[in-house]
Every structure is written in C-alpha cells, then in structure tokens.
Design a protein around this ligand. Structure first.
Ligand SMILES: Cc1cc2nc3c(=O)[nH]c(=O)nc-3n(C[C@H](O)[C@H](O)[C@H](O)COP(=O)(O)OP(=O)(O)OC[C@H]3O[C@@H](n4cnc5c(N)ncnc54)[C@H](O)[C@@H]3O)c2cc1C
Length: 443
C-alpha cells in the first residue's frame, strides 16, 4: 500500500519533532517516522541533562520557537540562569518525553509512526520519488526531511556526506550516561549540588576518588574527571562521565559494540563512586539503553557552515535559525574537551543553504546532520540548535509543498522567516509574506 503526504520527516528526536510540528502548524499533511519504539531520540533515550545556552551576550533569547514550548521554565527563569555562577539549568527526560507526546498529539495534520524506519529510497533523477519503510510501507511526499541525526535518509538517497574532523575523519567520542539517586548529600563536603559551587565541589570530591582508582588501574575510562549534573529535583544525578572513542554510528553494529564498552566503564565508575560515603547506598536509577552518539554523517549542502562562521558571529542573507552555544568538541581520542565561546554578540546565523542537500531537489536536513564542519557541528548539535534547525526545515518544507511543487531551492528564505516569525521564532533579516498566505494563527 502506498500513502502520500506533503512532508515526510524521518527521525523523531528534537530536530524531527520540531520539524514535524512546524510543518503541520504551517498547514502541511505530515508523516513523522521513527524507527525506535518511542519518539524522543537522544535527548530522551540517552538523556543529556543540560538546557544549553540559547541567549546572546545581551541576554536576549535567540531561540523563541518550539524550544520554548519544550522548556518553558528555562525562559521563566530568564537569562539570569546562564550567568557563570547560577545553577546549571537541567531537565528531566521523562518530562521532555511527555511534552513531546502532548505537542505531537495536538496536531491534526500530523501522523506519527513509531517502530517504523525508512529502509530504502527510490530516486527519480535528483528527486526522492518515494521511500520504503522497514514494515514494507511505501510513502511518497513532496518534500522529505532527514532528521535521523546521522544523515541516514540522505545517505540512502545517495547524497555526499562528510564524517569526522578534517585530516583523519575522527569523530567526537560517545558516552553511555547513567543516573543515580538516593545520595546521602549530608556526607558531601558541600551538601547541596544544585548550586554551581556545590556542583564543583562534588566534581572535585568524586574526581579525586576517580583519579586514584585510575592510577591503580581500576578503570580503563580515558576521561580525566567525573562529570555529573543534578536533575531539577536536586536529588538525583545524571553522569556524563565516560568517553568511548572510535565509534562510527554509520557502521553496522558500532553502537551496540560501543554500548558494551560503555557498560564496563559505567560499572567501573559505580564501584568507585560507592567508595564515597554519600554514594554507599545510592541507587542506580538507570543506565541509558541507547548509546549517546555525538557525531555521525554531516550531509553536504549548498553551504558548509564552518568554525570561522560560528566564531565570527556570521550573519547570512538566508538565515533561518541562530545558535548561541559554544564550540564543544569531545576529543576523538578521549582527551580534554575543547570549548570556545561564541564571542561578541554571542550567536551566529544558520543559513538555509546548510539545510538543503546539495545532491537533491526535495530533501532538507532537519537535525544535527546539516551541512557543517566537525567544529561547527560541535556547536549547533545541542538541543537548542537542533530544535531551531528542525523548526526551520519543517516550515520550509511546508512552503515548498504548497508553493513550489517540492522544489526546496525555490522557497525564499524571506518566506520562511515570515512564517517562523508568525510562530514567534527569533529571526533576523527581511520578511516577505508568501503569496496568498493564510496564517494558521490568524483564526
Ligand atoms: C552524551 C551526550 C551528552 C549531550 N549533552 C547535551 C546537553 O547537555 N544539552 C544539549 O542540548 N545537547 C546535548 N547533547 C547533544 C544533543 O542531545 C543531540 O545532539 C540532539 O539531541 C540530537 O537531536 P537530533 O534530533 O539531531 O537527533 P536524535 O535525537 O538522535 O534523533 C534522531 C532519531 O532518528 C531516528 N532514526 C535514525 N535512523 C532512522 C531511520 N532510518 N528512519 C527513521 N528514524 C530514524 C533515531 O532512532 C532517533 O530517534 C549531548 C549528546 C550526547 C551524546
């Protein structure tokens, strides 16, 4: 059986969900396909804890889109919480999951299918004609959005891709995260780890124990310190504390193999932590069932966003999203993380051309697989960046389906920005109302 939609989105992580919501809210008939049993992707199933920076230096949010619906409290707390000494803003992955379900269920134009991934793509010249799912369903759409994080849909469509850093192609390290609760905080030097000072003190205490164990050869984890973040309740901790190197998620079996290595490192660290009186009776809340992958394919688009653009606060004529998060490269060899702030205004533009797959006419990227270098990707890959990218991709796809027969290059960035602005998203540059545009927000 074959079904037809205006927009097909593959992958239901932060990018895909925001893309699907934006397309449906712009009047398109949308199918969101997720190969896992549940929606949510990395931010839910390999939870990542931090609401990363989405403000410019002047404290203005540069993401006012669906990201705000996902994390309303981060906006209520205002910009104060991004001051260096303020508590880290974190989220609970179960709350995020419930929010995703509620937002998706509220869209009548949107169909969500889980446990059904894209398995193959049929091309007609430079256009995707239809896809086939792993359940054997054939689906065609005017526009396709690759929100699979690793560019899986684009690869099936034969698009060129980049992988890893220039020179040796090495990818950022991967991490298996885990959570712990029932921590006896009274036995910590600073018994409150929700404050920045308390959190630093916790890291110092745990890192001292960990380094000693490392010297004694009780762990093979290359990471040099223990990093954990408190959940919003202030009682549980999410550990982002191992580095698994050499993981290429595009190779069959690589994630499973990495997960086995990660489980060894998790067990080693838990044994070490239990030597601290505060963690003696602590409970293991969970070990992520999905490996935390930071980097995979980056699909070649009409423009390749690079580090100089990020650090040079790039302003593009075809801007459709912005990002304020640092360059943040987890070393492919497991060494220290490279972090570089975006200077000046504190944010850079993401151009529409970086979402347009160079080798096709009707495929957009809507997650961290957009066209950028290893360094630029390390910045926009966080949920604030990816959600803005997804929202822009979904909006552009809906416009292409309505006005241009799916030809994504004929969609004017000014139209995309106009509709994004209607959705209250932050945009900069000229706005042009698409012809006879009937705003779904005007009724
Ligand atoms: C350990 C770790 C810590 C991090 N810490 C933070 C942090 O603190 N804050 C932050 O903001 N970001 C953090 N990040 C980064 C951020 O979480 C991710 O980059 C972001 O969530 C990726 O979103 P996405 O939509 O691009 O991809 P994903 O969320 O990975 O979603 C992609 C989806 O596509 C699906 N898929 C794949 N192939 C197919 C197919 N063929 N058909 C259909 N579906 C398919 C997958 O199952 C998946 O659900 C961290 C990442 C890691 C790994």
């Amino acid at each position: 059986m074959k079904t037809t939609f205006d927009v097909l989105v593959a992958g239901a992580g932060a990018g895909g969900i925001c893309a699907a919501l934006a397309a449906a809210r712009s009047g398109a008939k949308v199918l969101l396909l997720e190969k896992a049993d549940k929606v949510g992707g990395t931010g839910v199933h390999s939870p990542v804890s931090l609401i990363c920076k989405f403000h410019g230096t002047d404290h203005r949010p540069i993401n006012l889109g669906i990201h705000r619906e996902l994390f309303p409290f981060a906006y209520l707390h205002s910009t104060q919480d991004f001051r260096p000494r303020a508590p880290r803003l974190t989220y609970d992955e179960q709350d995020l999951y419930q929010k995703y379900l509620a937002l998706l269920a509220a869209e009548p134009m949107l169909t969500v299918a889980t446990g059904e991934g894209v398995q193959s793509v049929q091309m007609s010249g430079r256009r995707i004609a239809e896809i086939c799912t792993d359940l054997g369903r054939k689906v065609s759409a005017a526009v396709y959005i690759d929100a699979t994080a690793n560019g899986n849909l684009s690869a099936m469509a034969g698009c060129r891709a980049m992988k890893g850093r220039e020179g040796d192609g090495a990818l950022q390290s991967a991490t298996l995260v885990f959570g712990m609760g029932n921590i006896d905080k009274k036995k910590l030097i600073v018994p409150e780890f929700k404050t920045r000072g308390g959190l630093s003190s916790l890291w110092r205490e745990l890192t001292a124990l960990y380094r000693k164990a490392k010297e004694e050869g009780r762990t093979v984890n290359p990471k040099s310190s223990v990093v954990a973040f408190p959940y919003p309740d202030g009682n549980r901790l999410l550990f982002n504390s191992n580095e698994i190197t050499g993981v290429d998620p595009t190779m069959p079996g690589a994630e499973e193999e990495a997960k086995q290595k990660g489980q060894v490192l998790v067990n080693e660290l838990i044994d070490i932590l239990r030597e601290h009186p505060a963690f003696k009776e602590a409970s293991i809340e969970f070990v992520a069932h999905k490996m935390g992958i930071r980097e995979g394919r980056r699909i070649v688009g009409d423009y390749v966003l690079n580090e100089a653009d990020c650090l040079g606060e790039a302003r593009f004529e075809d801007m459709i999203a912005a990002c304020a998060y640092e360059i943040d490269i987890h070393d492919p060899e497991g060494g220290p993380t490279r972090m570089v702030n975006i200077p000046g205004s504190g944010y850079y533009h993401i151009p529409y051309r970086s979402l347009v797959a160079a080798d096709t006419e009707n495929l957009l990227m809507g997650s961290r697989c957009i066209s950028g270098t290893h360094e630029a990707h390390s910045s926009y890959r966080v949920i604030s960046g990816v959600s803005a990218i997804g929202q822009a991709a979904g909006t552009a796809a809906a416009l292409a389906a309505k006005y241009t027969g799916g030809e994504i290059r004929q969609v004017r960035p000014e139209w995309i920005r106009y509709v994004l602005r209607e959705q209250v998203q932050f945009v900069e540059g000229d706005l042009v109302c698409p012809p006879d545009w009937k705003s779904p927000y005007s009724e």
